[in-house]
Structure formats: C-alpha cells, structure tokens
Design a protein. Structure first.
Length: 295
C-alpha cells in the first residue's frame, strides 16, 4: 500500500542526479545499478596477488569471532567482535584457506577504513560517486572496504545513511525490509559485550560493564522463531544478490541482513541521510510500535 516493490529493481546505467533523487532517494526505494563502476581499475586489479603486493604485511584491523556473527545478539548479550591488528598477508592466508583457523575473520571496520587503513587502494576506485554527491548536495561521510569469509554474517539492522554498496569481486546476499516493517521486527535491550581470546585460544564473552544497554534485533530473518516473534510473519522481506561490478542503492532506515561468498570484496559509500519527513514517519512508527508493546 505504501508502494514498496515486491523485488529490487535493476538499472542498466547510472542515472542522472535528478533522476536518481526523484525516482529512488525521495521515495526511499532500493535498486541495483549495473555499469556504474565498470570503469573502476579495482574490478580488474584487485586480485589476491595485487592486494598482497600493494598492502603486504601492513597491520590492519580485522574483526574475529568464533561463529561469524559480529555485532549480534548471542547468549542474551549484544556481542561485538574481537578487533585484532594483524598483518594483511596473514589475513589473506586465512581467507584463501592456505591457513586453517576455527575462527571467522572479516575486514569490516567502518569509519572510512578504505581511506584510513587502505589508502594504497583509493586510486583504484573513486573518492565519491559524483551523481550521488550532486543528487544529495554532499560528499560521503565514509568510504568503507569489506573483505572476508563466507561464514561472516551481518545481523539484521538499519543505518542512518544513504548507502551505495559496490561489489568488486564475488557476491553479496542481502535480505531487506522497508522501514514500514518496523512493527513486525522485534527490538530488545541488551548488555553490550566483546569477544576476547583466552590463553587457550578459546573465546570468552566479556561485558562492557560501564556501557549503556544496546537496542538490537534478536531475530534471524533466515530462520525466524515465529513462536517467539509471531508478528514477523507479517513482514515482507526482499532478497537480492549483488554481483561483481554491480552497485546496490540501500536507502536509509531500511533493515538489512548480509551474507557473502568466500573472499568477496566490496566498497561502500555512506552519505548522511536527510532528517526530513521520512525520518519523522519512521520515528512515529517506532514510537507507536513501542507503545503497543507496552499495552
């Protein structure tokens, strides 16, 4: 009724700034754009051999978990990964399965880690997406680099950003929910905690005792517990695969759960959202949902 599509649309070319704002940003609708990054050197250059040569053994930030779930609900905690500094070549050895590990490794640090930790790669992509920057009248807040194992999963959540997610190699698998599904998606407050490695190499979960509780979604949309969360049966997820050379426009406040192929490489651009009528609508929907839960 609100005009959400039943599937994610494809564009065969990058749109004009006006077209993109009018057809996609303003109505808050996702789409996959082909031929938007086909001119990037990264599409041909970013092989394992090239990354080893250009970045080499430099220490980089890697999220390490025992189960592939970072920033997710586990054992009634909101558990964040161990953030490990390790030589990039050692990380690649694990991704390429030259070295075996019982744990799951993922370069996923945000805060513009492409420009902060991987400046050697910036010249192979773009500092921003020109038609998006013109459409929104601003530059991206962050440009992030993603590379990891297929076991690494991003739990269901939303962001306050207009997101352009560009896959360089491999595939990303997205499950999406529009903001209007908020009444059917459970949130609960959780004690924040972090994975830490013990002396014997096993992980323990250590509470961040001075931190405030974190609101997070406990539900796994791929295997939802409808006995615990029956309302989720009314939600309308969209699923899409973003392949190498394609770009997903993920609108602000859309819920998303992400998986990937082994060794998938991606770069995404976060543009700050406008806190306009769409944001006010979402806040109203969120407040009404919480009020109903208290009745």
């Amino acid at each position: 009724e609100l005009g959400w599509p039943e599937s994610v649309s494809y564009l065969d070319r990058p749109p004009s700034p006006l077209e993109f704002y009018r057809e996609w940003v303003s109505p808050n609708k996702p789409c996959i754009i082909r031929n938007a990054i086909s001119h990037w050197p990264a599409l041909k250059k970013w092989t394992s051999a090239y990354l080893r040569e250009v970045i080499g053994p430099k220490a980089v930030s890697v999220a390490v978990t025992p189960n592939g779930y970072a920033d997710a609900v586990f054992q009634d905690r909101f558990v964040m990964p161990e953030e490990r500094q390790m030589p990039f070549t050692d990380f690649l050895d694990i991704v390429e399965k030259k070295v075996t590990s019982p744990n799951v490794f993922y370069v996923q640090k945000q805060c513009s880690n492409l420009t902060e930790e991987f400046p050697e790669l910036v010249c192979d992509v773009q500092p921003d997406i020109p038609w998006m920057s013109e459409a929104l009248g601003k530059k991206p807040d962050a440009v992030n680099f993603w590379l990891g194992e297929s076991a690494a999963v991003t739990s269901l959540h939303k962001d306050h950003y207009e997101n352009l997610y560009c896959v360089i190699s491999g595939e990303k698998y997205f499950l999406l929910h529009p903001p209007s599904d908020r009444p059917f998606i459970p949130y609960e407050l959780y004690q924040p905690a972090t994975y830490q490695v013990s002396e014997d190499g096993s992980f323990e979960i250590v509470d961040e005792k001075t931190a405030d509780k974190v609101p997070w979604i406990p539900l796994d949309p791929l295997n939802p517990n409808l006995e615990l969360y029956p309302e989720y049966a009314q939600a309308k997820p969209l699923q899409c695969t973003v392949k190498a050379g394609e770009m997903l426009y993920l609108p602000s406040l859309w819920f998303h759960h992400v998986q990937q192929s082994q060794g998938c490489i991606a770069v995404n651009y976060w543009y700050d959202m406008e806190y306009d009528l769409k944001y006010s609508y979402y806040q109203l929907l969120d407040s009404l949902t919480k009020a109903m839960e208290m009745l």
